[in-house]
Design a protein around this ligand. Structure first.
Ligand code: NAP
Length: 244
């Protein structure tokens, strides 16, 4: 990853933070996008390599204009963008009869449209350089569904179609596009689950434990590496066997 230019959306907390740190430690220069930035790099990490290799960018991924501006500034400064990791995501769970229109719109706008926005703003740059790795963070819920998450499941399922279609569009330019679908990862997002929901997952995960964010970051690193250069358009569940 040495000197690779990497964008990680939602790269400041949770799974995205683990991804940002993993790429920084592997020698990449990482631009971490988020709506709320840390006060300082030392608030984010005390590892010197991470501090040297990370930049924070305040961007709401659901807004194409903001995304395009941020990405063109990075491309201007670095002359290239090698790897895009679309990780930013939210949940606004409710049963369909109680789900508001804005809960639907917000989840689709950030998870699905946010991914479209970042790929749209990056793909021309990657096409020009005849190289790119795009890795989308979906969810097993996009494959198996989940009661109370129609908005989130629809967004994550949409990301699968988007991944495969863009993989076909960009393959001839040496750009791979893949999706990693985590199961239950210990982050702020899952801390919101009720005890019953947590117990349901624990009882149904064959490996009998939740993932930590580093275990997702490891797989992202693999998809971005040369070892994965012949893999595109794939969905990989990283879920301890939950969605088998
Ligand atoms: P998290 O701890 O809640 O972090 C979400 C990240 O996304 C934050 O950094 C947040 O930063 C950023 N974000 C949210 N809305 C954004 C926006 N409009 N623009 C830019 N950044 C935005 O969640 P997580 O668990 O790490 O989840 C990361 C990804 O993994 C998500 O796509 C999620 O759907 C997926 N996933 C998680 C799990 C799990 O068990 N945790 C399972 C399957 C899939 P700001 O709030 O500062 O903007």
């Amino acid at each position: 990853m040495k000197d690779k230019i990497v964008i990680v959306t939602g790269g400041i907390r949770g799974i995205g933070k683990a991804i940002s740190i993993a790429f920084c430690k592997a020698g990449a220069k990482v631009y971490a996008f988020g709506r709320n930035l840390p006060n300082s790099k030392t608030d984010f990490s005390n590892d010197e390599t991470v501090i040297n290799n990370i930049e924070f960018v305040k961007v709401d991924v659901s807004n194409l204009e903001f995304v395009s501006d941020a990405i063109s500034q990075i491309a201007k400064k670095e002359s290239r963008i090698d790897i895009l990791i679309n990780n930013a995501g939210i949940t606004k769970d409710n049963l369909i009869i109680r789900m508001s229109e804005s809960d639907w719109d917000d989840v689709i706008d950030i998870n699905l449209k946010g991914t479209f926005n970042c790929i749209k703003a990056t793909s021309r740059i990657m096409m020009g350089q005849r190289y790119g790795r795009i890795i989308n963070i979906g969810s097993i819920v996009g494959t198996i569904g989940n009661a109370g998450q129609t908005n989130y499941a629809a967004a994550k399922a949409g990301m699968i179609g988007l991944t495969k279609s863009i993989a076909k569009e960009l393959a001839s330019r040496n750009i791979t596009v893949n999706l990693i679908a985590p199961g239950y990862v210990d982050t702020d997002m899952t801390n919101k689950l009720s005890d019953e929901q947590k117990e349901f997952f624990m009882n149904n995960i064959p490996l009998k434990r939740v993932a930590n964010a580093d275990e997702i970051a490891d797989v992202v690193l693999f998809f971005a590496s040369d070892s994965a250069k012949y893999i595109t358009g794939q969905v990989l569940h990283v879920d301890g066997g939950l969605a088998m």
